[in-house]
Design a protein around this ligand. Structure first.
Ligand SMILES: Nc1ncnc2c1ncn2[C@@H]1O[C@H](COP(=O)(O)OP(=O)(O)OP(=O)(O)O)[C@@H](O)[C@H]1O
Ligand SMILES: [Mg+2]
Length: 279
């Protein structure tokens, strides 16, 4: 089983859009997928119209506080092979409370292990909050891969703080990374500035880019994924390419770091980001 966390410390960069559509895209490939909403804003929870996801019962809050088992709060969705764990308002408060507990960043990891969730799913996709917090740390701790969306130069700058946290929590650097341009094609000038900044910071972009697509902006209101809502749209094409790239990432069994180091690319992310972390 592979765990993919969609993350950046920047609001509105496309995390939830990517998490939801990636999860349903992987499920379309016959994978058994668990989508976990770790964002107190509960965007994905509302998107899936998953009942009263705003009260703790039946949500991640209840599992993390051990009032219910994680298995008990896993819900089916309208999509075949896609299951779901809802977020709730209380997640933010819970984050503050657990920060006093030793080893809190691994709370979710422990639940996943105790309940052998890995036996039941091929992929877990985690939507993370947009601010560094104990809940975000729980989203980082178990991940095998991170998808980092960039929709602005601010998102590129926010990435330095996220990367610092990744390195702190995951000292072995044993994770894969995909840096994905998101919703930038509507603003070519900004897109160019983002690309320049990424290059200057030595951050290699993923092959896939999620272009701006009006249907993508509306898909949440329709409760489905872009594949069901507008299967021929640019958004569906781009998400399908991202799903493919994610699958390759795990088939190849190579990390982004290894590839960057092996290609000796002057734009390799390793050095400049290491500098950013040290700064
Ligand atoms: N490719 C796209 N084309 C058009 N609109 C998009 C695209 N991707 C995302 N959006 C829209 O941009 C907004 C922000 O996206 P999204 O909610 O996924 O970001 P987020 O990173 O999850 O935000 P938050 O930090 O608040 O959780 C939403 O209104 C979404 O519909
Ligand atoms: Mg979101």
């Amino acid at each position: 089983m592979n765990i993919i966390t969609v993350i950046n410390a920047k609001g509105g960069c496309g995390k939830s859009t990517i998490a939801m559509n990636l999860a349903s895209g992987l499920a379309r490939y016959e994978h058994r997928v668990l989508l976990m909403d770790l964002d107190p804003q509960a965007q994905v929870t509302q998107w899936l119209a998953a009942g009263d996801g705003l009260t703790p019962e039946g949500t991640l809050v209840s599992a993390l506080t051990r009032q219910q088992s994680l298995s008990e709060v896993i819900q089916p969705t309208g999509f075949e092979r896609l299951s779901f764990v809802a977020s709730a308002d209380g997640l933010e408060d819970l984050g503050r409370e657990i920060s006093q507990t030793e080893g809190y960043p691994s709370m979710l990891t422990q639940l996943l292990a105790e309940e052998h969730i890995a036996d039941r799913f091929d992929f877990i996709v985690i939507d993370s909050p947009n601010q560094i917090s104990p809940i975000m740390e729980n989203a980082i701790f178990p991940a095998d891969a991170f998808i980092v969306p960039f929709e602005s130069t601010k998102a590129v700058r926010s990435y330095a703080s996220i990367y610092k946290l990744l390195v702190k929590l995951r000292s072995g650097n044993d994770f894969k990374m995909l840096h994905v341009l998101s919703n930038l094609t509507r603003l070519p000038g900004l897109r160019k500035r983002v690309l320049t900044l990424l290059r200057d910071d030595g951050i290699a972009s993923a092959r896939s880019e999620i272009r701006s697509c009006g249907w993508m902006a509306q898909v949440d209101e329709n409760g489905g994924s872009i594949f069901h809502y507008r299967p021929l749209s640019k958004g569906a094409q781009d998400m399908a390419a991202l799903v493919e790239e994610v699958r390759e990432l795990f088939t190849n069994g190579r990390s982004a770091q290894t590839e960057a180091a092996e290609t000796n690319d002057p734009g390799s992310q390793t050095e400049p980001l290491a500098e950013a972390v040290a700064a």
